[in-house]
Design a protein around this ligand. Sequence first.
Ligand SMILES: Cc1ncc(COP(=O)(O)O)c(C=O)c1O
Length: 308
Amino acid sequence: MKKFFFVSGRIALFYGLKSLKFKTDDIVLLPSIICKEALLPFKKLKIKFIFYKVNNNLFPNWEDIKKKNHKNVKAILMIHYFGFPNDVKKFINFRKSFKKIIIEDYSHGLDGKYSNFLLGNIGNISISSPRKILPINSGGILQINDNKIKPYFDYQNIETYQVSKIGVLIGKIKNLKFFRYLKFFLKNNLTYRKKINHQNYLNQKKKIDENSYEIFKNKNKYLNKRLSVYSKIYHILKKNKFDIIYKLNFKANPWHLPFYINNKKQLNKLITLKKRYNLNILKWPKYPKEVNKKLIKSNKIIYCVTLN
Ligand SMILES: Cc1ncc(COP(=O)(O)O)c(C=O)c1O
């Protein structure tokens, strides 16, 4: 197994896909619940893809995959949504039965386990995005788990991302307890939002910055903290009868806590809870235009509470 540290998950995926050396007619099966960022490397490398349907538990609809699986399909993408293990055993059976490659997207979690498996060690290649989980400026990992796959890039000569002094300072402020309140106060300020969302550097084909790599090495301290926040938020949502997608699972180190909003009443309740507990709530994902809307259940909108 080999690990390579990049600036973001999408860049780790870019180099991972490159190393798979797909031919022009090869196709990758992708889940229809996917964000724009995850699709970028496929588009950049001009890799053909087809979307498969996803069930309410965000596991694949294997009936749909059966229909779409043919000889040009070389690989399938398995996303562990929000850091919770996906349909691992069925993916492994699929790989074995049809001799396909599993591309494992574990960019929503870190160091999680499922049964006897370590998440991130299952796919022929796997990516993660520690920058989402830890208080770091950059970080995406490509893990090549299959010895037959050789890295098709010159890691030594890839430039390291340099964070400006201001970037390091922002990182330090983010680590302070009061930042949560500061963020809450600043969130409605458009200028602030514009600056922080300007994350073009995540598309640069560079390695993780040195400061982030040092913090990554002490990741356990942060992961434990996140688990206690996760448990608290889970119980708030459970008590208020939200349609939470995954059960409380301490073997996972989730990114966010996802649930469905099916009607206006629940949405109003959510707004009340947001104010009462100062929750940070997001809708996920921002779909790329390539996903056919017919594949997405319009009455099942995924919301999540962030654990940062
Ligand atoms: C499923 C999935 N894969 C990959 C990525 C890319 O990760 P990053 O934002 O670190 O490039 C994201 C996030 O945007 C994601 O949600």
